[in-house]
Design a protein around this ligand. Structure first.
Ligand code: APR
Length: 245
């Protein structure tokens, strides 16, 4: 693989860095993405499995699908891309991860801080009153209930639902403040999250996209690198490390 031409010497260890990630960063850990050819939404209907209406109509179906995903995720381990972010975070101490992923692999890799825009699949909350619950115990998708009598559901953001206001505003604030913004493994289609790379670009950050495929954002990126995150990120890290450490 040829060198990736990064203007790394424009930055220093004081530069502020944001890593914005999507399902693609976990692909090399064996977790399915959503919109690739073999992604979840090519096989399943998101309106049935990832919407409040779908849960209302058939909670068992939804709980079982999430239990199956959770089981798979529990066996998965962070990959070279998550670990490269840990390396970056030692170099750039003022940095954070903003993820659309619900799998918790960033935490497992030691990435911190991590803003989980779309929630966390290992947690639940009440479908009726919204009270957050603890870590999900059942691996079979059994129903459990809140003290208010409501049914517990995965603590993730479904289609048609709003993101947590404070998490979203922290994400936009960090994006506006950063000097380097990575957008990694996301199709950049789902808003408001997909606005973040544009916000970074508009507020002067150097924006690097890492994705095997072109996305709607690719043309707006300062640098758009085609390839798998687990292969490309360690390479980009080495370039920054050599130039500024
Ligand atoms: N490395 C980097 N990127 C990859 C890799 C890889 N190894 N494999 C696939 N990709 C890319 C794909 O090319 C695609 O652009 O990851 C992207 C995955 O896109 P989506 O499946 O749309 O996932 P994401 O962008 O995270 O979706 C956003 O949509 O359904 C909702 O809530 C769900 O958080 C999710 C949101």
């Amino acid at each position: 693989m040829k060198d990736i031409n990064i203007p790394a010497s424009r930055f220093s260890t004081n530069s502020r860095v944001v890593f914005f990630t999507g399902a693609g960063i976990s692909a090399e850990s064996g977790i399915s993405t959503f919109r690739d050819i073999d992604g979840y939404w090519s096989k399943y209907d998101p309106t049935k499995l990832a919407s409040p209406q779908g849960f209302d109509e058939d909670p068992d179906l939804v709980l079982q699908w999430y239990a199956a995903r959770r089981k798979k995720i529990k066996k998965a381990r962070p990959n070279k891309a998550h670990l490269a972010i840990s390396d970056f975070q030692k170099l750039f101490t003022d940095s954070m991860v903003i993820t659309q992923n619900v799998d918790g692999l960033h935490w497992q890799a030691g990435n911190a801080p991590v803003l989980e825009l779309h929630g966390n699949i290992h947690r639940e909350k009440c479908f009726t009153c919204g009270r957050p619950g603890s870590e999900v115990a059942s691996t079979k998708g059994a129903k459990s209930y809140c003290t208010c009598g409501g049914l517990m559901r995965p603590n993730v953001v479904w289609f048609g639902e709003s993101l947590a206001m404070s998490t979203l505003s922290d994400a936009f604030e960090a994006t506006r403040q950063c000097d380097i913004f990575f957008t990694i493994g996301t199709s950049a289609l789902i808003y408001p999250a997909a606005q973040l790379p544009y916000e970074a670009r508009n507020t002067g950050a150097f924006v690097i996209e890492v994705n095997p495929e072109e996305t709607p954002f690719s043309e707006a990126a300062d640098l758009s690198v085609r390839g798998k995150a687990g292969e490309i990120l360690p390479k980009i890290f080495r370039e920054f490390n050599a130039a500024i450490s």
